[in-house]
Each structure stands twice: as structure tokens, then as C-alpha cells.
Design a protein around this ligand. Structure first.
Ligand SMILES: [Fe+2]
Length: 325
């Protein structure tokens, strides 16, 4: 059993049209307890990859029916297969092939004949890296499910994550955000109110008006949420969005009363997406606002001084151009 709890042998798919070098690779890997699947590259490699779901692919670059570079590039562009490490191999160990394999996002390049001292540590490292990535994804899923369960207690109707993701992707591209920033927005949509877990139910579920003390207690959810998500060291943008998603452009928000551009940009964008998604969604207690009505409300909020006027104008233009055209 490895450190990520997997007791199964890792599956390696060897794709090579040349029977001799294929057998060499298969023997080497089988002798080291890998579960090896051979493919000669004649039938469609993608179908085999989907069926086998390997932990690693070892692939020749030149085959009569296909080209390892092209296959690698397509695998790395597909969300379903991009996490599978690919090692490209060739008899020609030239700089051009090495550079090309980097361009197509291959994880490593090896020259043939394969040497066990070189290939085995690389295979092991890449498989462990894939398992670590899968493990982190599972932890992230658990965190989302906890967050969703907390949210459902206070609003059983839930909200449409898929619609938020679509708007975040579209508006993020419109603003030329990088993929990490867009992903931070999407992840924050699942986690931004996770801090409510520490607020007493008597306050969270209170019918009627909250007193000043209760309002202060609710405001704490942004600080608690930031604290919960702080260990996500490589995704600091998410903790920033969580802390600042209730700030207002004129400084009347919380927790820090930040003014204007001192509010982190992603938090400003997040608020607009979150408000628009909420306004245009169906809820048991309300009909959805039309996109035009929702944009009018956002514009009024900007005029009141609560939101960044320029950003709201960009959002209005984005919805009118991309969603309503
Ligand atoms: Fe909140």
C-alpha cells in the first residue's frame, strides 16, 4: 500500500508500434510490479486510454498510424485525461524532440533503449505525483460537500454552482484573468460562507430582525472562513475572496472597511458574479429576476457607492454581448 492508501498495482499503458521495444518496456515494468497494458498504436489510442484509465502512459513518438506528440497534446487538453502523466520516448535523442515534448506538455522524455536506472524512478515519481493530485482533489471534494451541507441547513433550496461556474469562466475570460484566478473564483463560490459553521444556529436561523450583537456575530463568518481555508497555501486568492466578499467600494462593508481598489480585485469580481447569480436564480420564495432587471439592480448598487462602477459596467457589457446577444 502506498502513502495515499492505494494497494493496487499502478497501471501503465505502453504504446509503441515496434514489438521489440514494446516487449522491453513491458518486461521492465512488469518485473517491478506494475500492471502493464500494451498497445501497438494501430487502433485509436484515446479509446484505449479511456477504457484502461492508466496511471501513466509510456508512448513512442513515431508510429505509422499516429504521432505521439499529437496524442499527448490532445490528452493534455482533455479534462478527463490531462492528469495522466505521459512519458514520450524515441530512438532519436535530439534536442528538437525534447523541446517538442515540452511543448505538448509531456511529463518526461526518454531515449530508447530504456534504461531501468533512468525510467523506473521517473515512472514512480510521476505516479506518486498523480496519486497526490487525486488525493488533494478528493480532500477538496470533501471540503465542498461539508460546505454545501452547511449551506443547505440555512437555505435548503441551495444554489446553482453550475451557473456560477459558467459566469465566472465567461466573465473571467472577458477580463483576461488567468486560469488560476478563474479557478479561485469558482472554488470560492463553494467555500465563501463556510465560516457560518461556527455561528450559532439560534442566530443563523433566527426569524425576524437581528440585533446589533447578532449582526456582529454573523459578520465573523468571513474571518472564520478565511482561517479555515488558510492552509490552502498555494491558493491564497481563495482566502482573500472569503475575507473580503462583504466589503463595499465606499468602505461601508466588512470586515476591514476597505475602500475602492484596496479591495482585492478577485473579491470585487466575485461579489458581482455572486449577486447576479443569486438575482437571476429561481428560489422557493422568489421568481428569478430577468437578466436586465438583475443588471439594473447591480448598476443601482454601483451608483449607491457599493460596487466598482467600471467593473459593473464591464459586467453589464459582458452579459449583453455574450449572454443576451
Ligand atoms: Fe457571506
Amino acid at each position: 500500500m502506498d502513502i495515499f492508501g492505494s494497494s493496487e498495482s499502478a497501471k501503465v499503458l505502453v504504446v509503441d508500434d515496434h514489438p521489440f521495444s514494446r516487449v522491453m518496456a513491458v518486461d521492465l515494468l512488469t518485473a517491478n510490479d506494475y500492471d502493464v497494458i500494451e498497445h501497438d498504436g494501430v487502433s485509436d489510442v484515446f479509446t484505449v486510454v479511456r477504457k484502461v484509465a492508466p496511471d501513466l502512459i509510456l508512448m513512442d513518438i513515431k508510429m505509422p498510424n499516429c504521432n505521439g506528440f499529437d496524442i499527448c497534446q490532445k490528452l493534455k487538453q482533455d479534462t478527463e485525461t490531462r492528469a495522466i502523466p505521459v512519458i514520450l520516448m524515441s530512438v532519436a535523442d535530439d534536442n528538437q524532440s525534447r523541446l517538442k515534448s515540452q511543448e505538448v506538455a509531456a511529463d518526461a522524455f526518454m531515449s530508447k533503449p530504456l534504461e531501468s536506472m533512468v525510467i523506473l524512478p521517473e515512472v514512480e515519481l510521476l505516479i506518486q505525483r498523480k496519486r497526490l493530485y487525486e488525493w488533494l482533489e478528493q480532500i477538496q471534494q470533501v471540503l465542498f460537500l461539508i460546505s454545501q451541507a452547511i449551506e443547505k441547513r440555512y437555505s435548503p433550496e441551495g444554489k446553482s454552482g453550475m451557473r456560477f461556474d459558467k459566469f465566472a469562466q465567461g466573465f473571467g475570460n472577458y477580463l483576461n484573468l488567468n486560469p488560476v484566478e478563474i479557478n479561485d473564483l469558482i472554488l470560492a463560490s463553494h467555500l465563501h460562507d463556510i465560516g457560518t459553521v461556527a455561528i450559532p444556529d439560534a442566530v443563523m436561523m433566527k426569524q425576524g430582525k437581528l440585533d446589533a450583537e447578532e449582526r456582529e456575530l454573523i459578520k465573523q463568518h468571513v474571518l472564520i472562513g478565511e482561517e479555515i481555508c488558510k492552509p490552502m497555501q498555494n491558493r491564497r486568492g481563495i482566502a482573500q475572496i472569503i475575507r473580503h466578499h462583504h466589503e463595499r467600494w465606499d468602505g461601508s462593508g466588512y470586515p476591514d472597511g476597505l475602500i475602492g481598489e484596496s479591495i482585492p480585485k478577485l473579491a470585487q469580481i466575485f461579489q458581482i458574479l455572486d449577486i447576479y447569480e443569486a438575482l437571476t436564480s429561481q428560489r422557493p420564495y422568489k421568481q428569478p429576476f430577468t437578466p436586465q432587471e438583475a443588471l439594473k439592480i447591480l448598476t443601482e448598487e454601483a451608483e449607491k457607492g457599493w460596487r466598482n462602477v467600471k467593473l459593473v459596467q464591464q459586467f453589464v457589457a459582458f452579459i449583453e454581448e455574450k449572454e443576451l446577444a
